[in-house]
Design a protein around this ligand. Structure first.
Ligand code: PBG
Length: 430
């Protein structure tokens, strides 16, 4: 009887270890308050255990018919009770060479020998609380599948979106980031729809906050979904992306999102000086408590392809190389990070994720701020495609990729896998 509570107590720690989904089973209860709730349960159970163990200790000795002193005396007299014999050495296959063992002072495999030791010495863990779920929304009533992102939809802002958020919350994902598909007719060259208080994003934020006041809503601050040119900033006649004028628009966009109830505004545009400007604009309007997650190191990456299809936001000409970073550059990420820190960013983001683990590690080591990693559309779609073609085990590769982002130093991960991975962490199949 006394052993049962011990077992339960350790099982109620839903620590999120290993990259194999099977080891996560049991996380489901209290997903949102995992550590607090579970440690409380464990403590009360442990207290019970102390009482019961000492009570049952005496009872046990009597049942066997000998007191402790009698047992000791028997052993001292050479009457040792029988235990199972020493197990035989497992046989090696015929033909295995017979050799002298290597003289090794260190055999790291000892600490990996069993599931218990592996779990005990695991350095990184992952939980649904680490995920931010990017969601595509549109004005429609239906959810439209996104061809290049199997399993992702442009969700109807009033129905599909709300259901998806409910599913995510049920498995402990309580943070989302919104990406709007804006009707072509509302786009112009200065992206003015971006700060329409009644536009798709502010309207959606108000709806979600009304239904789920504790949901953490991140927003994207950039002009591309609203720009008839498909660029993150205002494009001059000669193709130059205008920095300071764009920042002026971004400030209005961020304030409009904050007014609707956004918790974290996330400039993804890579204009210079936008974090400081947005901070001042928010503060001037009384939004001191709205956070800024800066896309600090956002690279001009081909991994964004599927996303641009989802939002129909491909640049109408040229590329984004005059504002997004050169994928060949490492030190430059530090320049961006220093600026963002000085300008008041609350979170530094690296994007894409897996191909840029060195940048995540760099920022993690150089900055005390929380680090976010964005596992972007192309990374997601490659894993999905490999899974569909049965070339890889989709679920295992998904969990491994997310664990690796954590190991590199990401506190939070923006991932289209958020719901699927959290479901898996909770020990459930979709
Ligand atoms: C645009 C933006 C992009 C993504 C997030 N915000 C695309 C781009 O910069 O062209 C990409 C996300 C993804 O690929 O998943 N401001």
């Amino acid at each position: 009887m006394a052993t049962t509570p011990i077992f339960n107590a350790s099982c109620s720690f839903p620590s999120t270890r290993g990259i194999d989904c099977k080891s996560y089973i049991g996380l489901r209860s209290n997903v949102s308050k995992v550590s607090v709730a579970s440690s409380r349960i464990a403590t009360s159970q442990r207290r019970n255990l102390v009482v019961r163990a000492s009570e049952s200790g005496n009872g046990h000795a009597k049942k066997l018919g000998m007191s402790d002193a009698e047992c000791e005396a028997a052993v001292a007299a050479g009457n040792v009770p029988e235990a199972p014999p020493v197990p035989p050495k497992p046989a090696a296959p015929v033909g295995t060479p017979i050799i002298k063992p290597l003289n090794l002072s260190r055999r790291p495999r000892r600490n990996r020998a069993s599931p218990v030791t592996r779990a005990a010495f695991q350095e990184t863990d992952i939980s649904p609380a680490n995920f931010v779920y990017p969601l595509f929304i549109h004005e429609g009533e239906e959810d439209t599948p996104i061809g290049a992102m199997p399993g992702c939809y442009r969700l109807g802002w009033r129905h599909g979106l709300v259901q998806e958020v409910a599913k995510a919350r049920a498995v402990g994902v309580n943070s989302i980031v919104l990406f709007p598909k804006v009707p072509e007719a509302l786009k112009n060259s200065t992206g003015d729809e971006a700060y329409n208080d009644n536009g798709l994003v502010p309207r959606t934020i108000r709806l979600l906050k009304d239904k789920y006041p504790d949901l953490i809503i991140y927003t994207d601050v950039a002009l591309d979904p609203y720009s008839s040119d498909g660029h993150d900033g205002i494009v001059r006649e000669d193709g130059v992306i205008m920095n300071d004028e764009t920042v002026h628009q971004l400030c209005k966009q961020a304030v409009s999102q904050a007014r609707a109830g956004a918790d974290v505004v996330s400039p993804s545009d890579m204009m210079d000086g936008r974090v400081g400007a947005i901070r001042s604009a928010l503060d001037a309007e009384g939004f001191q408590n709205v956070s800024i997650m800066s896309y600090t190191a956002k690279y001009a990456s081909s991994f964004y392809g599927p996303f641009r299809e989802a939002l129909d936001s491909n640049p109408r000409f040229g590329d984004k190389k005059t504002y997004q970073m050169n994928p060949a550059n490492y030190r430059e990420a530090l320049i961006e990070a220093r600026e963002d820190e000085a300008e008041g960013a609350d979170i530094l983001l690296v994007k894409p994720g897996l191909p840029y683990l060195d940048i995540i590690r760099l920022l993690r080591d150089k900055s005390p701020l929380p680090i976010a990693a964005y596992q972007v559309s192309g990374e997601y779609s490659m894993i999905k495609a490999g899974g569909v073609l049965k070339m890889i085990d989709e679920e295992k590769v998904m969990m491994e990729s997310l664990m690796c982002l954590r190991r590199a130093g990401a506190d939070i991960i923006l991932t289209y896998f958020a719901l699927q991975a959290a479901t898996c962490l909770c020990g459930e199949k979709r």
